[in-house]
Write a protein that binds this ligand. Structure first.
Ligand SMILES: [Mn+2]
Length: 325
């Protein structure tokens, strides 16, 4: 049965995975989407489609993935992972899983795609040994940041498709020089500058956190909400072990009295021996879930007064547990 469309995640790994599949299976039809669209079945995936870096749909030709949670979902609905067509391995990226599959099938891929997989492993698993390494300007980072520049969904799709098709026959270094990539990269750098300014306004530390281990980013005083990457706090605070972001949930552009908490470990923490565990704190406080390196959750309040009173209590509880871990 001939394959028809590649359905992939709309991030760097998804884009790279699609480039590998285009070359390996001789396809040029690609659809980019978000994991939720597959989980909620709001996207149609057929039995001739190749699915990359996304939850496992009910029908598909080949499924490639590396997220443990997605494999658990297959098991929960009674699926047999050994009979799945495609390949699952808990690798650092989905592109790495596809590379392994191609090797098993005797499908030779050009050298520049091997180089692309090495770069994708680092980006998708945030595998950095220092803040400098993460901040370094290299072709893979230029593409990743160009993808992250704010775009409407249609433009975002066009741009990902452009990158995928370019990477079939060109190296990362060549594609990074393309004018379209440079334009989006410059747009990202302008957005990032604004995010850094915003962070400088709203970063605090808990009074009990004398060594400034946990960066608190409190956005609740703002009436409007733009995008903010909390990892950027590591630029000004490279010694911190984690970042905690607190923001209001917005619905239809209106600020609600629900708070969203998200926390992740820093590059410094990831390269140290420690027992820090974000998910354990969120589970203990019945706030949410995640994994040791990152967790998120939400708390609903009936009024602004209740929100204000509880916000600091929750921050204190998270901070105390984090310092004690
Ligand atoms: Mn991935």
């Amino acid at each position: 049965m001939p394959y028809q469309t590649i359905v992939t995640h709309n991030d760097f790994d998804g884009m790279a995975s699609a480039a590998l599949c285009c070359v390996a299976f001789g396809l040029d039809r690609v659809l980019y989407t978000h994991p939720n669209a597959v989980s909620n079945a709001t996207i149609a995936i057929g039995e001739q489609d190749i699915v990359c870096d996304l939850p496992c749909p009910l029908s598909f030709a080949l499924w490639f993935d590396h997220h443990e949670g997605n494999l658990q979902d297959v098991l929960l609905r009674g699926g047999d992972p050994t009979s799945l067509k495609g390949k699952f391995l808990p690798e650092k990226s989905c592109a790495q899983v596809i590379l392994g599959y191609c090797a098993e099938q005797g499908l030779a891929l050009p050298e520049h795609l091997h180089e692309l997989v090495v770069a994708t492993n680092i980006i998708d698993s945030f595998d950095y040994t220092s803040v400098e390494e993460w901040r370094r300007e290299n072709p893979a980072h230029i593409l990743d940041r160009a993808i992250k520049a704010d775009k409407d969904p249609r433009r975002s799709w066009q741009f990902l498709k452009f990158l995928t098709l370019q990477l079939r026959g060109h190296s990362l270094a060549e594609v990074a020089l393309e004018q379209e990539v440079q334009n989006e990269y410059q747009a990202y750098l302008r957005e990032e500058k604004l995010m850094l300014e915003l962070l400088r306004e709203c970063v605090t530390f808990h009074p009990e956190d004398r060594e400034h281990q946990l960066v608190l980013i409190d956005l609740t005083r703002y009436q409007r909400q733009g995008p903010l990457v909390k990892n950027l706090a590591m630029i000004d605070h490279p010694e911190a072990m984690a970042m905690l972001l607190i923001k209001n949930q917005f619905q239809y552009g209106i600020k609600t009295t629900n708070l969203i908490f998200s926390m992740s470990l820093s590059i410094k923490a990831n390269n140290l021996q420690h027992s820090k565990n974000c998910a354990a704190i969120f589970q203990e406080l019945a706030l949410g879930d995640g994994h040791p390196g990152a967790a998120g959750g939400r708390r609903t309040f009936s009024s602004r007064v209740e929100l204000e009173n509880s916000k600091w209590e929750i921050c204190t509880a998270i901070c105390k547990r984090f310092l004690a871990q």
